[in-house]
Design a protein around this ligand. Sequence first.
Ligand SMILES: [Zn+2]
Length: 180
Amino acid sequence: MLDSSIPAYVDTRKAFLQEAKISGKVSLERMPRFQSCLISTSGSVNIELSFDVSETKQRIISGTLRAEVKVACQRCLEPLEITLTDDIRLALLKDEAEAEGLETELDPWFCEDYKLDVAPLIEEQLILCMPNVNYHQSGECAERKNYIAGQESAGSDAQSAHSESPFSILKSLKKNDLSD
Ligand SMILES: [Zn+2]
């Protein structure tokens, strides 16, 4: 079940009546705003959503999301894999007027009719939990690696003038070891 795509639309009349649960993948192509934050179209977004009616007759959509995507590292601009996870807890409302008496811990999500488009809902949550800045861990940036590699190759040319020195040092160290 987890590998299947979730349907494009959920019929909210049915979903809340049956207290439905859905799980599966949401393709990145269905979330163009979120995709524009990414450096690659390869990645996955898995979600689990439950549709429940609370004691106060509030329609609640709750669940979790987990996204594994690639963004650009803001230090070296090379791809960086990040995992986003978040809990979802939304009240499904028809319009602004309905939001008046909403319990404060619930964020509203508006859906005028009974056809709920799931992708924009997930997209909004993903954008909200996206870190402001993304960096490779220290020392893992491509720029830094290239810089060190470049320095080494330049250095080997310069060293060829007195090429024996590193080895002679090694030899002398070995001799010292043997003489012990
Ligand atoms: Zn980096």
